[in-house]
Design a protein around this ligand. Structure first.
Ligand SMILES: Cc1cc2nc3c(=O)[nH]c(=O)nc-3n(C[C@H](O)[C@H](O)[C@H](O)COP(=O)(O)OP(=O)(O)OC[C@H]3O[C@@H](n4cnc5c(N)ncnc54)[C@H](O)[C@@H]3O)c2cc1C
Length: 352
């Protein structure tokens, strides 16, 4: 069976890798040069927060996220290259005057998740200092022990390495696909036929899906004066941020959400907001160095939910929005099950 995968972001790489593991040969197309890091997936902070994301998402995201957490534990050891993955829980907190927002957050999660799931994935009211001693000034917070994080750049590299080493994969870099159809793609005016095509183009599929771009900005800091272990979210009426600790005192501060397809550099306003909020979490960020700034656009559908569409030799996976790294394993698993059954199906806002 001849299979094409178009788009080598997190969705396309997972699809190609899992197909190869099931014995398929894959032609993988991407418009990016080899080693170019332009896909949205390279920009992600790597937060794996099925529960905390519920503040701005539906229960489907939680279910995909939960399934992905299990799949990450299962799949990562199958990769030859190790990938930084940590599941030690996350913190959600707020400044004194905003504590009411924290209560709102707590109630929202209780309402969106059923009791069985909450027992296995609890949200615990804690003193923040019991989890992060340096954050005593923040008083109360919430601790979500089942949450984690991953290094998306390392993950993308590890998947690339599997695909490049496999004789079952032919990776066409620097190849713009003009059209993706059931069982065919068009490249440079020529139609190439396949038995099945997977469309994982993210925002590149705008002609075929009602996608919009949501700009995200993220700053990487090196902060020798800060020693935090846990992913920490600051709830704030205007400047919500997360702080993602990485090895070697590196912290990712993000991310903005701006309804715009704008790939230009991080704005002064966004930098001020992100950095002021980070400084309010830990004064040690005052002497940190900004080592990298990242901008990319998230592919979002009107309901901000992912779509998996299977019909007539074509599977479309898209709309991963702000949870693509979290959801990709579960979404891809679902897409490959639908593909194996070859029954026309649209899984949209519905995960069963
Ligand atoms: C700042 C920021 C922070 C984020 N943080 C997180 C986070 O912490 N956790 C999380 O879960 N998610 C996060 N996300 C969201 C996540 O990055 C996205 O949901 C995810 O990367 C989308 O993956 P994708 O594979 O659908 O698209 P992409 O990664 O964009 O991949 C699409 C690929 O298709 C290729 N392509 C497009 N058109 C064509 C064409 N015509 N021909 C050939 N190739 C084509 C592109 O070159 C690209 O390689 C973040 C996003 C941003 C911007």
């Amino acid at each position: 069976m001849k299979v094409a995968v178009v788009g080598a972001g997190i969705a396309g790489r997972f699809v190609a890798w899992r197909l190869v593991k099931s014995g398929y040969s894959v032609e993988l197309f991407d418009k990016a040069e080899k080693d170019e890091e332009s896909a949205c997936s390279f920009a992600a902070a790597g937060i794996l927060s099925p529960l905390a994301e519920l503040e701005m998402a539906e229960a489907d995201i939680f279910r995909y996220g939960l399934r992905s957490m299990s799949l990450y534990q299962e799949w990562l050891p199958e990769l030859t290259q190790p990938v930084f993955f940590r599941q030690i829980g996350s913190l959600v907190t707020a400044h004194g005057s905003d504590k009411i927002e924290l209560d709102h957050f707590y109630r929202l999660i209780q309402r969106k998740v059923d009791q069985d799931d909450l027992q296995q994935n609890p949200v615990e009211k804690v003193q923040v200092s019991s989890i992060e001693p340096d954050l005593e000034h923040l008083g109360e917070g919430l601790y979500l022990p089942s949450e984690g994080q991953i290094d998306p750049i390392g993950l993308m590299a590890a998947l690339a390495s599997e695909l490049e080493q496999s004789e079952a994969v032919n990776w066409h870099h620097n190849t713009m696909v003009e059209e993706v159809m059931g069982g065919a793609v068009t490249v440079a005016g020529n139609t190439i036929n396949f038995d099945w095509t997977f469309d994982c183009r993210g925002l590149g599929a705008k002609d075929d899906l009602p996608l919009r771009a949501v700009r995200g900005e993220l700053l990487w800091l090196q902060a020798p004066d800060v020693s935090l272990e846990h992913l920490t979210r600051l709830i704030h009426p205007r400047y919500r941020i997360y702080v993602v600790p990485r090895p070697d005192n590196i912290y990712l501060i993000g991310a903005t959400e701006i309804e715009s397809e704008d790939y230009s550099s991080v704005s002064v306003r966004s930098s001020l907001e992100l950095l002021s909020a980070a400084y309010s979490v830990h004064r040690g960020f005052g002497e940190a160095r900004i080592i990298k700034s990242v901008v990319n656009c998230r592919p979002a559908l009107p309901d901000n939910l992912p779509t998996i569409e299977t019909d007539q030799g074509l599977t479309r996976i898209n709309g991963l929005y702000r949870h693509g790294i979290l959801m990709a394993p579960a979404v891809v698993e679902q897409a490959l099950e639908d593909f194996a059954q070859n029954i026309p199906k649209v899984t949209h806002a519905n995960y069963s």
